[in-house]
Design a protein around this ligand. Structure first.
Ligand code: ARG
Length: 471
């Protein structure tokens, strides 16, 4: 074992320093408490880099073997939770290198040849994010399936559709469910293009100027599963656009779910009573025994705010940084990990709460009131040849008539309707029917049954062929 670099508290960068780091500064500077989450990716990157060094003639096969063997042993310690973080372990890169040198001796120091923590950290983060995106995509797919499955099963349930939170037109509950599935489908498409942009390899960029040794960066990139090596070393070590883009993506997903959660919060109130949350996704009040609170959905709504805050916070860190790596960038991981963990919770809770709630079909039905058919009165006249603008006015007159006579549409005698337009005949009675109303919207994208069925089929087809890596 080497004496240098292996003893407690010796810094990787300690050569020119005489004085010790202030303990408060030491803590302030350290990122190991959170970047240890990348232990696997850090080792993965080092193994590939050691092989690249061997190919470049900078390590003998034997040296490379002992480094990769040592890294494998470090990896096993992490996996078994026996890795001991030491006081001088500033970050995951320092910790792994320190341990490697303890295990294999001075040769361990060769793995950093031409490499800097600057290209190392950017590579680790991209590897970590790539793994995470694959994982989060499966949670998102799970949630979309919950919404689509429900839409399939509950196609006959009708409810009011709202604009301005005012009752507008009758719709299918399935159509509402799918209206929250589609933005998530598009989020998956967005994720695929984001994955493509993330998937370039910064390793081999050094601290900033590049790699002075004949390291084959294209092969190195391929070994790590990246599609290519980054194009410019200065850009590579300073680039955190992938973190920003990912956090924007996560914020947008959470905003989509926050809007769905807002509807669910309203719809589960006594005033609406359209849905009943499962006990598994609601909580009670410590004071009011009758309460059942939609905390799952409220937290989804609240955490969407936190995620947008993370995005804006990190953009502020990036803004105005001088060229290449600056330690400010270390803040990236705090935000990236928090966003990752929060988004996973949001997706899992949303899927669970949406899968287990019960729809109150009768309450949805009771909320459908005949004035919501006013547009259909206009459409009735349009179908008899009247221009829509005139028909809209005539339908307004019919609404006025119901107000004057204090009755609903279906209670209006035909002779009264005839005073508004002689186009009204017996067949108008078919208009006073919510199923009939909903079924008019058969054009693609509407709330009619055939459109809902094609939406379900299209969403399922998308999910079954989806892959993060296909472009
Ligand atoms: N812990 C650092 C970070 O996360 C690693 C890179 C440090 N580079 C340096 N030159 N100090 O950003």
């Amino acid at each position: 074992m080497s004496a240098e670099g292996a003893s407690e508290g010796v810094k990787l960068w300690g050569g020119r320093f005489e004085g010790a780091t202030d303990p408060v500064m030491e803590k302030f500077n350290a990122s190991i408490s959170y970047d240890k989450a990348m232990w696997k990716q850090d080792i993965q990157g080092s193994v590939a880099y050691a092989r690249a060094l061997q190919k470049a003639g900078l390590l003998t096969a034997e040296e490379c073997g002992s480094i990769t063997g040592g890294l494998q042993a470090v990896k096993e310690e992490w996996a078994a939770n026996t890795f001991n973080i030491q006081p001088g372990d500033e970050d995951i890169h320092t910790a792994n290198e320190r341990r490697l040198k303890e295990l294999v001796g001075d040769v361990g120091g060769k793995v950093h040849t031409g490499r800097s923590r600057n290209d190392q950290v950017a590579t680790d983060m991209k590897l970590w994010l790539r793994d995470y995106l694959t994982h989060i995509a499966s949670h998102l797919i799970e949630l979309i399936k919950v919404l689509v499955d429900r839409a399939e099963k509950e196609k006959t349930i009708l409810m009011p559709g709202y604009t301005h939170l005012q009752r507008a037109q009758p719709i299918r509950w399935s159509h509402w469910l799918l209206s929250h599935a589609w933005p998530l489908v598009i989020d998956l498409e967005r994720l695929r293009s984001l994955y493509h942009r993330i998937n370039t390899c910064p390793l081999g960029s050094g601290a900033l100027a590049g790699n002075p040794f004949p390291v084959d960066r294209a092969t190195l990139a391929r070994e790590l599963g990246f599609r290519e090596a980054t194009k410019n070393s200065l850009f590579a070590v300073s680039d955190r656009d992938f973190v920003v883009e990912y956090m924007f993506w996560a914020s947008l997903v959470s905003v989509h779910l926050s809007r769905m959660a807002e509807d669910m919060t309203l719809y589960s109130s006594r005033e609406f009573n359209f849905v009943l949350l499962s006990d598994a996704y609601a909580t009670g009040s410590s004071l009011m025994p009758q309460k059942k609170n939609p905390d799952s959905f409220e937290l989804i709504r609240g955490k969407a705010g936190t995620l947008s805050g993370n995005l804006c916070g990190f953009l502020m860190v990036m803004k105005g940084l001088p060229s290449t790596y600056n330690k400010d960038l270390q803040e990236d991981k705090v935000k990236m990990f928090e966003t990752a963990c929060t988004l996973q919770g949001i997706l899992q809770v949303a899927a669970g709460a949406m899968a287990t709630l019960k729809v109150n079909e009768a309450a949805c039905r009771r909320a459908l009131t005949e004035e919501m058919l006013a547009t259909d009165v206009a459409y009735y006249l349009v179908k008899k040849g009247m221009p829509f603008r005139m028909a809209h006015g005539k339908a307004g007159e019919v609404v006025k008539l119901t107000e004057d006579l204090k009755c609903s549409f279906s209670q209006l005698p035909l002779d009264k309707l005839a005073t508004v337009s002689e186009l009204f005949t017996e067949d108008v009675s078919a208009v006073w029917n919510f199923e009939h109303s909903v079924e008019q919207y058969e054009a693609a994208g509407g709330t009619g049954l055939s459109s809902v069925n094609s939406q379900i089929a299209d969403a399922r087809a998308f999910l079954s062929s989806f892959s993060l890596t296909q472009q």
